[in-house]
Structure formats: C-alpha cells, structure tokens
Design a protein around this ligand. Structure first.
Ligand SMILES: *[C@@H]1O[C@H](CO)[C@@H](O)[C@H](O)[C@H]1NC(C)=O
Ligand SMILES: *[C@@H]1O[C@H](CO)[C@@H](O)[C@H](O)[C@H]1NC(C)=O
Ligand SMILES: *[C@@H]1O[C@H](CO)[C@@H](O)[C@H](O)[C@H]1NC(C)=O
Ligand SMILES: *[C@@H]1O[C@H](CO)[C@@H](O)[C@H](O)[C@H]1NC(C)=O
Ligand SMILES: *[C@@H]1O[C@H](CO)[C@@H](O)[C@H](O)[C@H]1NC(C)=O
Ligand SMILES: [Ca+2]
Length: 543
C-alpha cells in the first residue's frame, strides 16, 4: 500500500490516493498543497477516505473528531438552592459603583426585570448584558451560597478556556467542579479566591507556572477574584489554552506535540473531559475589604455569560456530533456505536473496542484494525518511526498489533484474532524436528527419516531410537541371513557361527578359532541363549 499522505482538509480538498500518472498527479498535488497548507496537519476532521493503491481502490481510515462548538447552546442548567434567584418576592438592589442608589429592582414576574438562569446562555447583544442574578446578601453573616450546575448528558472535551462573565463584580471565593459521569461523582477543577490560603488553605498558583508534569494539577488562583472595579474585570477563567500551551507552545502552534502528550500522559485527556460543570459561588464581590452590614443590597451574584468551548468526545471515531432527542450524539464511524462511539457495532463484537488514536501523525488511526486484539492493554508510540505499537503482547502473540503468533506457535484457524486461544504451541518433537517452529497448519520441519506433524514418527524403512535411523534389517529387503532374526529393525541377531550386519558372514571364514564352537564374545544374553539352542540342535544332529 503506497497511498501518499497529503495535508489534510476534508471538504474543500478531496484527498486522492497515489495517482499513477505521475506528472499530472504532481501538478494536482501541487495545486492541492497550495490550497490546503493553511489547514494542514493534525485536523483529524475526516474519518475515512477512498484511496487508490497498487491493489486497487479501497477505504483508508483515520482518527477523526468533531469540530469544536459553543457548548452553552446544548446545556441544561440547574441553580441551587431553591429561591436563590432574585425576584420572588421582588427585591431592590444596588451596585458597588452606586452603593447608595438602590433603586434597581429584580422582579421574577416582570419579563423586563426578571433575571432567570437562561440569561447566562443567551447570545449577548452589544452593550446590553442579560444576566442571571441571585438574591442579595440580606441574611449576612450567613454565607451567600449558590451552585450553578451545567449538564450536557454527553462527554465533552474542552478545547478553549471556560469563561464566566460576572456583572457587578466577581465572587471573592468560588470553586469550579467537574463530573465525568453525568453528575454521579464530582471533582474539584479549580479554586478561586482573593486569598487562597485563607479560603482554601492552598497556596496561590498560576496556570502559566505549571510544567509538563503538572499540567493537570488542580490549583487555587487569585487572578480572578480581586476587586478591580466591577466594570473593568468581569471574567473568571478556567485556563484550558494555557494548559495546552505547556505542550503546544504559546500560540498553540505545535498541536502535534499536544496530541502526542494527550495520548500518552496518563489522565491528561480525561482532565479536559467533562459531562458536567458546577460553579460553587461561596462569597460575592465585596467591593472593598469588608462587608458593610448597613448596606447588604449591593452583595449578590450576577452572571451574564458562561462560555464553554469544546467538542463532543467521540473517541476519535466520528467527525460529526448532532443534537438529537435532547442530547448530543456522535455520528459514529469505524463500525463503532454508542453516544461516544464507545463500543463496537453489533456485528463487530468479536473485535475488542478501542478508542482511536491521534497517532501516528498526522492522520492518526481508527484502531479498528490497529488494535492489540485484546492481547495487550498498552501501546507505545515510537517517535522516530512514527508508529504506535502494542507492548507486551500476551497469549503467545507478537507483532505491532499482537496479530502474529510467537515463534514456536501457530495460528488457531478456528479462533478469532482476539481469542485467547489464537496461538497454539507447535510442540515439535525435539529430536525429530529441525527446530521448534512450525508452519501455519502446525507442521514442524523434520530431520531426515522423521515424519508426522510433530516429527515424532519415522518414515517407512526408518526406526525410532532417539531419532529416526534407517532400518538395518527388516522382513522384506534387508533380510537377516543364515537364520538370523531381525531385532526391532536395528540389528540382526545372528546364530552362532555367523556375524556381519545381516549375519551374512561365517565366523569360520573370518577366524578359524570360532569354528570350535565357542560362543562369540560380547554377545547379548539373547545371542548367548540362541547360541546355546543352536549348539544343542547341532548336537542332536550329530547323534
Ligand atoms: C452545592 O453542591 C455541593 C456538592 O458539590 C453541596 O455540598 C452544597 O450543599 C451545594 N450548595 C448549595 C447551596 O446547594
Ligand atoms: C442522556 O442521553 C442518553 C443517550 O443519548 C439518553 O438515552 C438519555 O435519555 C439522556 N438523559 C437525559 C436526562 O437527557
Ligand atoms: C467496517 O465494516 C465494513 C463492512 O464489514 C468494512 O468494509 C470496513 O472496512 C470496516 N471499517 C473499519 C474501520 O473497520
Ligand atoms: C482453537 O480455538 C478454539 C476457539 O477458541 C478453541 O476452542 C480450541 O481449543 C483452540 N484449539 C487449540 C488446540 O487450542
Ligand atoms: C505445512 O506443512 C505441511 C507438511 O509439509 C503441508 O502439507 C502443509 O500444506 C503446510 N501448510 C502450509 C499452510 O503451508
Ligand atoms: Ca446573557
């Protein structure tokens, strides 16, 4: 297969395979390159492409992921506790800028004066902010607490900063939490306070100071909680880009490096994945160093926008994600299915499911074939070869995808590639075979004279004795002469007076002494017994 790798862009730049007409092809490629370069590399925006190869046209599959979207358009929100939203009953409030002009009113029953939660997700017209607003801190010193929970019912991979815009001042203490399992379990994501030590007993840190080994550390930041005038600094961020930049460089130019790290660093990908987010607002903006008890109407929360940019997590098996029946769904390719393309389609269950991979660069792999067939749960990226390979294949398998049998084993033809019994030991007879390897049907390579699948039998005219040796005697062609008997094809047992391999030689001819009838020296018991018998017979004949 020699399809060429072109820079990637899906819709505007169709990707041909290796065209055979080289000159025309080069022109075409050049034209494509000119058009596609700005969008080249690491886009992962197409799942497959029809390519022409030396073996004819066929599909080639790549890792793919949906485009990043404005996730606030698909979210459901819950604000707690009940009654935290202002306006029921109607209430007056004022701002830190105008603390003594408390003429603003929140009234839930009047659309012009209501501040319901959905106003955190509408699109903002220039100049006029719409916002959710809490009740004021009239119960001070009881803390003013509010939870804002965002749920997608779908795993989302963050691709940009989460930006929360507060009108009338940012909270002086808040916390961001995340869930990866639709709200069953929650984990801290980031702490925010004007004094981290005092609020959370944590040192203040900045994301910019994190390193490659701490890129997924949960920290407390003081950057978004200090009072700077409520109009000036309105946003609280969860810095996704700064964390990406640790790997991809300040302008996120080196995304390949980021993808490589997302693939290999444990927990890094999951760190940027959420199904739910929760803001725990723990203390509102104070507009100063202490709370003015005589004017509690100026303490409240007001959130005008929550921007969450991310893409559906489809395990690199889909490039489209659509809003269906109230939730986001990946449009799965690569014979996968499920909301996140997290399992194999019905008729592909014998394969073990795996997420696609950003590697090898630039197109990644769907891992549909490129998997370890369940014989290894570890893959390793070999940088200089730009390949992903399975590590420590089990069940006597070997190879980049554990798709071969180890030496000394052969493929079980009735087992699928992901079966634990896929490789059968050759079991070659150690003496009868040349080595312990066998062919695909389990046949070993035999030494001379040996036969049988395992080389533990002898060919006709061979006998087994620590290996196969040619017969010395038999009942057909290699007959023992002069009344000798063939012992297990190994040798003739000769009557007294005869010797030689086939007892063909008379001892008298060879040595006069033997004619006296003394039994030959060195004979086995059987020979001796036979000799005795022969002597007796001779004696009787002489009588
Ligand atoms: C906010 O959620 C947390 C759980 O994460 C809960 O313990 C707390 O009581 C909630 N606060 C409010 C005000 O509902
Ligand atoms: C969440 O998504 C799943 C899968 O699409 C769907 O079956 C379920 O009804 C959704 N749940 C809610 C609460 O929307
Ligand atoms: C999905 O299944 C079809 C039909 O069996 C097959 O032709 C195709 O190669 C498969 N795709 C992948 C990525 O495994
Ligand atoms: C070959 O695989 C089948 C299916 O798993 C299994 O039942 C059989 O025992 C295997 N054969 C050998 C010789 O291991
Ligand atoms: C394996 O070897 C045997 C014996 O030489 C032969 O009959 C068989 O066809 C071979 N199988 C393969 C797949 O080459
Ligand atoms: Ca708004």
């Amino acid at each position: 297969m020699t399809s060429s790798r072109l820079p990637r862009d899906s819709r505007h730049c169709p990707r041909p395979g290796t065209p055979r007409l080289a000159a025309a092809a080069m022109l075409y490629l050049a034209a494509l390159l000119v058009h596609c370069v700005p969008l080249a590399m690491g886009q992962y925006d197409i799942c497959k492409s029809w390519v022409t190869t030396d073996d004819g046209p066929s599909w080639e599959f790549y890792a793919c992921q949906p485009k990043a979207m404005r996730m606030k358009d698909y979210v459901t929100v819950r604000v707690e506790p009940a009654g935290i939203t202002c306006g029921d009953p109607p209430e007056r409030f004022c701002t830190h800028e105008n603390p003594y002009l408390c003429s603003d009113e929140c009234d839930a029953s009047n659309p012009d004066l209501a501040h319901p939660p959905r106003l955190m997700f509408d699109s903002e017209d220039e100049g006029l902010a719409t916002y959710w607003q809490s009740v004021t801190w009239r119960r001070y010193p009881e803390p003013l607490l509010a939870n804002i929970t965002l749920s997608w019912n779908k795993s989302i991979e963050l691709t940009d900063d989460i930006v929360i815009t507060f009108e009338y001042g940012r909270p002086t203490i808040m916390m961001l939490e995340k869930s990866l399992d639709n709200g069953r379990t929650w984990h801290p994501y980031q702490y925010y306070a004007d004094d981290c030590m005092e609020a959370f007993s944590m040192p203040a840190r900045r994301v910019r100071d994190l390193s490659t080994t701490s890129a997924n550390r949960v920290l407390c930041t003081e950057e978004y909680s200090r009072w700077a005038g409520s109009k000036k600094e309105k946003t609280v961020r969860f810095e996704v880009r700064d964390r990406f930049a640790i790997f991809a460089g300040p302008d996120l130019k080196n995304m390949d490096n980021l993808y490589t790290r997302l693939e290999s660093a444990k927990g890094l990908k999951d760190f940027f994945t959420v199904t739910d987010l929760r803001m725990r607002l723990l203390r509102p903006a104070l507009g100063g160093t202490y709370v003015q008890r005589e004017n509690l109407y100026k303490y409240f929360y007001a959130v005008s926008n929550i921007e969450v940019t991310g893409r559906c997590k489809c395990n690199l098996h889909a490039n489209l994600c659509t809003f269906k029946e109230g939730s986001l769904q990946c449009e799965c390719e690569h014979n996968t299915t499920g909301q996140d393309c997290g399992k194999c389609k019905k008729n592909f269950r014998s394969r073990s499911w795996r997420a696609g991979s950003y590697l090898p660069l630039p197109n990644g792999s769907p891992n549909a074939y490129c998997e370890c067939y369940g014989h290894s749960n570890r893959c390793s990226y070999i940088d200089f070869l730009n390949v992903v390979t399975c590590v420590s294949c089990k069940h006597n398998t070997r190879g980049q995808h554990c798709q071969h049998c180890r030496l000394g084993f052969y493929r079980n033809s009735s087992a699928e590639l992901d079966d634990e019994n896929v490789c059968i030991e050759c079991n070659c007879n150690q003496i009868g075979s040349m080595h312990d390897r066998c062919n695909e049907t389990g046949y070993c390579e035999c030494r001379e004279g040996a036969t049988g699948p395992k080389c533990d039998d002898c060919l006709p005219n061979y006998y087994w004795r620590q290996g196969c040796f040619p017969n010395v005697c038999d009942d057909e062609l290699l007959l023992c002469q002069n009344g000798g008997t063939c012992y297990q094809n190994q040798r003739c047992i000769c009557p007294v007076g005869f010797k030689g391999v086939l007892c063909q030689q008379s001892r008298c001819e060879a040595d006069k002494k033997d004619c006296d009838g003394a039994p030959g020296a060195g004979g086995s018991l059987a020979t001796v017994a036979l000799g005795v018998l022969a002597l007796q017979l001779r004696g009787w004949a002489d009588l």
